[in-house]
Structure formats: structure tokens, C-alpha cells
Design a protein around this ligand. Structure first.
Ligand code: GUN
Length: 296
């Protein structure tokens, strides 16, 4: 029997629907949640992501400002821009779209962001709170993965989860979240990376696999156990002359090949992607509350 599809679009829609009452409540107090996205350089994928995030904000009544700067932006100029955003009362969330051009240090930029406005959850203070089990903002993609599992009735408690990839945006924070003694977490977590000797030996034991290493259709049926839940965070653009756009988008999991063996699987696109955006909106609404009345 083919795997059940985990519909990220539908779950994201539900998350956004639930945010409407919070946004209305804020509006009654004269507060419009505001998100500023800083986009440096001309990475085409980043432009697409930021546009999607901005469009989603506007649709929900969240103020959105995209601040574009050229690839040769100086570090002092970026720091000054972040400072200005930190000081603006109409902006509650700030995101610095990654990757930054090579001459800019992502950690330095994130350190400049007021941690209360760090809706990406990338500031070391927020990473620390998360690791210690007292999160303020959970990073959007791992947060989205947790939400998807929950909405699909998958209970990670007591399960073996294998995460492929140890990036700062997905792999590391997702491991830190899933290992917590929280509802919807409490899993036994393994992270595989370039130092892992036999990745397939690890994934074959997994009840849940989260692929986030950026390798086109890497996970094959012989690497998974029967009935595994497969979450695909990968977005890989593969040139294909037969495709209308000249390329196709594939995940890190071979969807076609694995869907017969898995019990549940996320599509790419339409899986984790919409969830990342929904959780960013969630964090922005939360930031608006934290910065205005919740902590006063
Ligand atoms: N680049 C890829 N994913 C993300 C994300 O979630 N936030 C930011 N700021 N940059 C990214």
C-alpha cells in the first residue's frame, strides 16, 4: 500500500487559520505584527523564499518589509541596518536570510539582532534556551517538522529518529528539540553526517527519518524499514530538458521509490516548505506579543 501523504500545505493552512484570532486580538490593542526580512546579494533561491515569506505575511495581516542590499554590502552597514530594525517599534521580527555573501559573518549578523526579535531562533541566546529546554522561539523548519508529525498523529516519544544532516538551520536544532522530554518529542535521536561510516545501517533502524542534507533523492528503499515515516526537508534543483522550466525540484528522499515501503511521506514541494513559512508567522505573532504586552 502506498504511504499516506503528509500534506504540509494543508497543515500550514491550519496553523495560519489558528493565528488569525491572535492577530485580531493584537489589532484590538492597536498592534500590527511586523516582520523585516534582510536580503543581501542576489542568490535566486533566497529571493524566492523571501518573497514567499512576505506574501504569506501580507495575506494574514502581518506587516512585511523586505530590505534588499547589494552583495558587496559592508559589515558595518549590515550591523547598522540591523540596529535600526532593532530600534523600530513597528518591527517585531527580524530575519537575516541565509546564506549571506561570503565576506559577511552570519554569526556576527545574528548576534546583532535583538534576541526578542529573532523569529528565526538563530541567536545563540535562543539556541541556548532551546537546548536547555526553555525555548522562546523555535527555529521555523524544525518547528514545522514537529508540528507536521503531531498533526499527522505520529508520536516521536520512544521512537528512533534518524536525522540526515547536521546543519545549524535544521539538523542540529531538530535533534535538540526531539530529544527534549516534551510532549511530541522524547525520541532517541541519531544524526548522520559525512563522518558516519554506514548511513544505511542507521536509517534502516529508524521509525522516523528526517532528510536535511541537500542531496538529490539520496534516501532509497533499501535504506528504510517497512512502515517508516519519511520527512523530506531537501530542495534540490536538477536540470532536466524535458521539464517546462528546464529543471525539476527533488527532495533528499527518492519519493517515487520509497512511497511503497514507507507508512507516511512528505512531498517536495508542498511538504516541509509551507510549514517553515507558517511557523515563521507564528513566531512573528509571538514576538509582537512578547515585545508589547506579554512581558510588561
Ligand atoms: N535560509 C534557509 N532557510 C532559512 C531560514 O529558515 N531562515 C533564514 N533566515 N534563512 C534561511
Amino acid at each position: 500500500m502506498p504511504a499516506k501523504l503528509i500534506d504540509g500545505k494543508a497543515i500550514a493552512k491550519q496553523v495560519k487559520e489558528e493565528l488569525k484570532s491572535d492577530i485580531a486580538e493584537l489589532k484590538e490593542k492597536g498592534i500590527v505584527p511586523g516582520l523585516a526580512a534582510v536580503l543581501v546579494g542576489d542568490d535566486p533561491a533566497s529571493h524566492i523564499y523571501v518573497r514567499s515569506k512576505s506574501r504569506a505575511c501580507k495575506k494574514l495581516g502581518i506587516y512585511s518589509e523586505v530590505i534588499e542590499r547589494p552583495a558587496d554590502l559592508k559589515r558595518e552597514e549590515l550591523n547598522r541596518l540591523i540596529d535600526e530594525l532593532n530600534n523600530r517599534t513597528d518591527i517585531h521580527g527580524i530575519l537575516i536570510q541565509s546564506p549571506l555573501p561570503k565576506h559577511l559573518d552570519e554569526l556576527e549578523a545574528v548576534l546583532y539582532v535583538n534576541p526578542h526579535k529573532d523569529v528565526d531562533g538563530f541567536h545563540p541566546m535562543n539556541v541556548g534556551y532551546m537546548l536547555l529546554g526553555s525555548p522562546v522561539y523555535l527555529p521555523c523548519t524544525p518547528f514545522g517538522v514537529i508540528k507536521m508529525l503531531d498533526a499527522s498523529g505520529v508520536e516521536p516519544n520512544g521512537k528512533k529518529v534518524v536525522i540526515l544532516g547536521r546543519g545549524n538551520i535544521v539538523g542540529k536544532p531538530l535533534a535538540a528539540i526531539l530529544m527534549q522530554k516534551w510532549e511530541g518529542c522524547n525520541a532517541t535521536v541519531t544524526i548522520c553526517h559525512t563522518g558516519t561510516v554506514d548511513i544505511a545501517a542507521e536509517t534502516r533502524q529508524a521509525d522516523i527519518i528526517v532528510a536535511a542534507m541537500g542531496k538529490d533523492r539520496f534516501v532509497k528503499p533499501d535504506m528504510i524499514k517497512e512502515g517508516a515515516v519519511l520527512i523530506d526537508v531537501g530542495i534540490n534543483r536538477v536540470d532536466d530538458e524535458t521539464a517546462e522550466k528546464g529543471y525539476r525540484i527533488y527532495g533528499d528522499i527518492d519519493f517515487e521509490a520509497c512511497q511503497e515501503k514507507a507508512s507516511m511521506i512528505t512531498p517536495v514541494p508542498g511538504g516541509v516548505g509551507p510549514m517553515t513559512i507558517a511557523m515563521l508567522l507564528y513566531n512573528t505573532v509571538r514576538a509582537a506579543k512578547i515585545l508589547t504586552y506579554e512581558n510588561k
